[in-house]
Design a protein around this ligand. Sequence first.
Ligand code: SF4
Length: 338
Amino acid sequence: MKHSNIAFFIPHKGCPHRCSFCDQRTISGTQQAPTPKEVADTCRQALSECRSPENTEIAFFGGSFTAIPTQEMVEYLEAAAPFVGKGGFAGIRVSTRPDAVEAPVLKILRQYGVTSVELGAQSMDDTVLALNKRGHTAEDVRRGAERVRQYGFSLGLQMMTGLVGDSKESAYRTAREFIRLSPNGVRIYPTVVLPGTELAALVQKGAYHPPGLEETVSLCAGLLNLFDGVGIPVIRLGLHASQEVGERMIAGAYHPALRELCEARRYLERMERLLAEVPPGEYRLCVSARCLSQALGQKKENIARLKERGYEISVAPDERMKPLEVRLVQGKEVTGCF
Ligand code: SF4
């Protein structure tokens, strides 16, 4: 059964300052944080309508939850806690800064049924962190992650790609460092530059050029391969689809179906590796029936790209195949598999 969240956005609550890229109000489409009473009312309503509360968590996103003044944070937790546990939702998920998870606050979270803590690490490169005004170091992420696990929470780590000073190599270094920290899940957010942020000013001055969609898809397909290879789920890739973000962004990589584009790219790369063994011509590839659209790519882009290189491909679904597996079939023979 698919996991879902009853998400509450608390834009910028608890944040000690504004990071260079951040505009939570536009990203979340929420101008104001809900009151604790609104949280309780929404949870009550959602629980009465929810078919599988055991697969659903109450989530506080969009700010630095554990850096909110304690009394206010506790009021939110008290509003959500009665709806968690037997017959209720599976737990409470919060996202916060890596330097705001000291022992006393983690004890409070545990007391109120919080199950998952997500740390907005963004990068494990201290230069990138400093250039983007994060106000913490990679060592804070390591220490924070360790403490979150020590207190028995499920650990989530969030990274960004394409920030000022970031590169393909430093994104991969961040991903490898994440793997060493053994998170239960990862979120990847490619940079999208929104008006009013510090990044927007840099773009306007010509001092910063974030990677566009093509470069980002290629990078993120590789990051998915890396996390997949060690069994760490990427629970989110790209900002939630939002008309407002699409209309207001001034640079960067936004697409409402970014994950799909990246999954399709992984297929394309696999097909290319298989076809590199044979000369241009007509071929049939078999893929998992569940992943047919990813194999074809958006608007059959993968097929078109292969055609440009002289490969006329037909793709056949096969119920028995695993996701990402690709077989090259000639006549009745399987002549290649990747
Ligand atoms: S990135 Fe996180 S810490 Fe920085 S301003 Fe945004 S919500 Fe706050």
